[in-house]
Write a protein that binds this ligand. Structure first.
Ligand SMILES: N[C@@H](CCC(=O)N[C@@H](CS)C(=O)NCC(=O)O)C(=O)O
Length: 221
């Protein structure tokens, strides 16, 4: 069976978990407190980051490289469209969320509010929290703009781009940092993706000291 070293609220780990679950690949989850720098973990991934996936006799790091491997090795159901143009758009949006959204929003809200406490690195920096709260509005508006033109973020079918976005937003929703009333289109998109069986594991997550709000696992939020 595959084995994933992860932390529950990591958006990069969540993207891999969603891909594995959508493709019905059974996987054992092991929580990895990467900040404790366990030598065995650093041997598995010298970059010292999660996720790390053990599958098919290999040990893999880097969430997007892992998801693309899963897509090639386990193509059904597909999370990448067929044409080069559509695949480009998926990759552009995965990078949008894992790079731009991550640095402007996730790191400013989730890492300040949760990671700092869990890692005993002090209190949230209010300047960062305010910047993250401002930036998420702009990102939700951009998603709404895309979803006014497409059924899913990268086009008319659900792709890895939707999982990348949902991985970040679900982690932020765990700490009630997403205003779902800002856009009907984004709320409908999240309701659709949240109700997929692949999402169940993520909705069951519990981080000690940070109980999720009632709406987090509610499909009718
Ligand atoms: N590009 C990497 C980013 C992974 C990443 O930054 N993971 C965070 C947890 S959310 C981590 O392990 N950080 C530890 C560190 O940067 O030392 C990926 O997509 O897998």
């Amino acid at each position: 069976m595959a084995k994933l070293y992860h932390v529950p609220l990591s958006p990069f780990c969540r993207k891999v978990r969603l891909s594995l679950a959508e493709k019905k690949i059974e996987c054992e989850l092991t929580e990895e407190r990467y900040w404790e720098k366990d030598p065995d973990f650093l041997r598995r991934n010298p970059a010292g980051k999660v996720p790390v996936l053990k599958i098919d006799g290999q040990t893999m790091a880097e969430s997007t490289a892992i998801c693309e491997y899963l897509e090639e090795k386990y193509p059904e159901p597909s999370l990448m469209p067929k044409s080069a143009e559509a695949r480009y758009e998926v990759r552009r949006l995965v990078a949008w969320f894992d790079d731009k959204f991550h640095s402007e929003v996730t790191s400013k809200l989730l890492y300040e509010r949760v990671n700092k406490k869990v890692m005993k690195q002090g209190f949230p920096d209010s300047t960062n929290v305010k910047a993250g709260a401002r930036a998420i509005k702009y990102h939700l508006d951009y998603m709404a703009w895309l979803l006014d033109r497409r059924r899913w973020l990268a086009g008319d079918v659900m792709t890895l781009a939707d999982f990348a976005a949902a991985a970040h937003l679900s982690a932020l929703d765990y700490i009630s940092d997403v205003d779902w009333n800002r856009s009907e289109a984004v709320k409908d998109w999240y309701a659709k993706i949240k109700s997929r069986p692949a999402f169940r594991g993520i909705l069951a997550d519990q981080v000690p000291g940070f109980p999720p709000p009632a709406h987090y696992a509610d499909l009718d939020f």
